[in-house]
Ligand binder design. Sequence first.
Ligand SMILES: [Mn+2]
Length: 431
Amino acid sequence: MTDFSISEDLLQAENATRKTALDEDYAALARALGRRGIDADALTRKIMAFGVAIPTWGVGTGGTRFARFPGPGEPRHLFDKLEDCAIIHHLVRATPTVSPHFPWDATSDYAALREVAAKHGLAFDAVNSNTFQDQPNQEHSYKFGSLSHVEPAVRAQAIAHNIDCIAIGRQLGSTALTVWIGDGSNFAGQSNMTLALDRYLDSMREIYAALPADWRVFLEHKLYEPAFYSSVISDWGTSFAAAQELGPKAQCLVDLGHHAPNVNIEQIVARLVRFGKLGGFHFNDSKYGDDDLDTGSVEPFRLFMVFNELIDARMRGAEGFAPAYMLDQSHNVTDPIESLMQSAIELQRAHAQALIVDRSALAEAQAANDALGAHLELKRAYTTDVSPILAMARLQAGGAIAPIETYRASDYRKHKAKERPPVARTSAGIV
Ligand SMILES: [Mn+2]
């Protein structure tokens, strides 16, 4: 049986029903932007060049500590996951890379895996290690930590796993390793917070030494969970200081859900840019904590403000500025493919809105202490509906004008439900 895929005929037919309306909307927007001195076609080309990585675990249904409710036709293994990632990229044309996680994505032949991905038009982005849960047949447990564990043997095992991840990543064509640890403490006094960080740094130095010349390592901080009293890498300040001690290949990764409520994340981004330490992002959204909700679904203005800093940095030519973009969400009540498509679109939207900020008018208002005037420059960009630009970018890149509608019309999930009988458990995580 040949695996079902969304045909070019269906894509063309779906696009044909929407092309006239898109042309009209695009022309109207292009005229409006033109009056502001913005070239819509140039903006469309910039959006076409934007890409965000999909985490392999994102195409499976996530879950909470209480339960997981699997959906039909879930990917059973890495090859199914790649198939789903390919569908997302096929329709949205903004997700050309996949970020794998080990050992969840372990396989015996990584060269073959890379070839399969390439056949789907996909490449591999940053490799994610996992020392926050125990694996079958693992010698030492991570119950009380990994890279910062009090026992040298546990640390050695965690270091070796990260070095293994680098070796796998090299075979896959990756050039970055993302390290997030669950290390910390649940009780006051349980851990010496200074020595725990020292042990982490010693371990990271060994991992750092194993990085190939063209690789980077991203340190992902997180305020709390699974440790609820203290986390070893709890915030951007600790992450920055650690990255600084490790060296130029070490940078900080900002997961939007890994901060205290109401923290000014765009300012954190600005600070990391300033010090050449912004490695990348895990995009998601949240209402309360590390909710891992869909990007742009709760606070789209904050997402826009993050991109406002990124565009500002790029236009200034900030030194060492080359962030890696990745989605990191848990899809509990939606079809993960639809959520990931919509999230990629929301990133493009924030990107486009940040690109149309009149930066010289903004700078003038700031220099004149015109607080409201400066704010209105941002609001003018943020309230512009750039949807026709995003749709045109997808169309010109060979994708769908309306990705989710096209996906639904294809009955992809129904076909996969037949091809992929339910299994006991597929890996999905909330990191
Ligand atoms: Mn993350």
